[in-house]
Design a protein around this ligand. Structure first.
Ligand SMILES: [Zn+2]
Length: 286
């Protein structure tokens, strides 16, 4: 499932191709995504110019010249690819393109002859519309916690969000109200960097521990963005390029393997917390 670094990689690729350009045409082939594509979606975007493509948590946020705001989420398996004008289809040779070819739900034609294709085999993704006034209070947006790469995300801010929480810190990090955009992979990796046990009660993360965890979350996300995200199954950049942060995982998916930079004999172990796999080193993470 795409997390913040994968969505940010997609955002950067799309921004280069779409910002400042007019949407010439929109084709909606399938409306029943996680929430239905709203009536009039294509008509509202046709002829509009995309002024800015931003990101909030795992949402892409497109601002158009008439105040319309496009919200897009990649769900579990979403992918957005760019076919440059007259160019070959992007993504040739990338991970499992066949799985996506038959699941292109929304296609945008952009002013410079570029085509942008949103595919999502599992259809947990979405594209919907709001406007500048409606955006902050939109039901998908209003309860999101701080952006981890913003100045608001500090040790004290994280500690305040974890105060009184009796769940594990691992489960708390996946709660989008605590910190926006972190999912299973980067929660596991950040806890390893911070040397904190994923089983620890969230409320015990205060003071230096909270500062260490906030730093670790930021650091892991920055490194992953630098690597173009993690390409495990569906994630590719809009150019079709694979991310490579999966080669830098210290714990995720590495159960039974040696723990990097650690003297522990047992290596990485896998447990299940709140229905999700957690990977960690019981010696290093306390
Ligand atoms: Zn270890």
């Amino acid at each position: 499932m795409p997390e913040l670094p994968e969505v940010e990689t997609v955002r950067r690729g799309l921004a280069v191709a779409m910002e400042g350009r007019r949407i010439e045409g929109v084709e909606v082939r399938r409306r029943d995504l996680r929430i239905p594509v709203p009536a009039g979606f294509a008509e509202r975007l046709q002829g509009r110019t995309l002024l800015h493509l931003g990101r909030r948590a795992k949402y892409l946020v497109g601002q158009f010249d008439d105040g319309t705001v496009l919200l897009a989420h990649l769900g579990m398996s979403g992918r957005i690819l760019i076919d440059p004008a007259g160019g070959e289809a992007a993504g040739a040779g990338n991970v499992d393109p066949g799985r996506h070819r038959d699941h292109e739900h929304i296609v945008f034609r952009v002013g410079n002859g570029t085509t942008v294709r949103f595919s999502d085999p599992r259809r947990f993704g979405l594209m919907t519309l709001t406007d500048e006034d409606g955006f902050p209070d939109h039901p998908l947006i209003r309860n999101l916690g701080p952006e981890p790469l913003s100045a608001d995300f500090t040790g004290p801010a994280l500690a305040a969000r974890l105060e009184g929480r009796r769940t594990s810190v691992k489960a708390a990090l996946l709660d989008q109200r605590v910190v926006a955009g972190v999912g299973n992979i980067y929660a596991c990796e950040a806890l390893h960097v911070a040397r904190l046990s994923p089983r620890r009660t969230a409320a015990t993360i205060r003071g230096v521990r909270a500062a260490r965890l906030a730093d670790a979350v930021r650091g892991v996300l920055r490194d992953a963005i630098e690597a173009g995200g993690s390409s495990l199954r569906d994630h590719v950049a809009p150019s079709g390029e694979l991310g490579y942060f999966q080669h830098n995982f210290k714990v995720y998916g590495r159960d039974g393997k040696p723990c990097p930079d650690c003297e522990c004999a047992a290596g990485i172990r896998r447990i299940v917390q709140a229905g999700r796999s957690t990977f960690y080193c019981a010696a290093r993470q306390r």
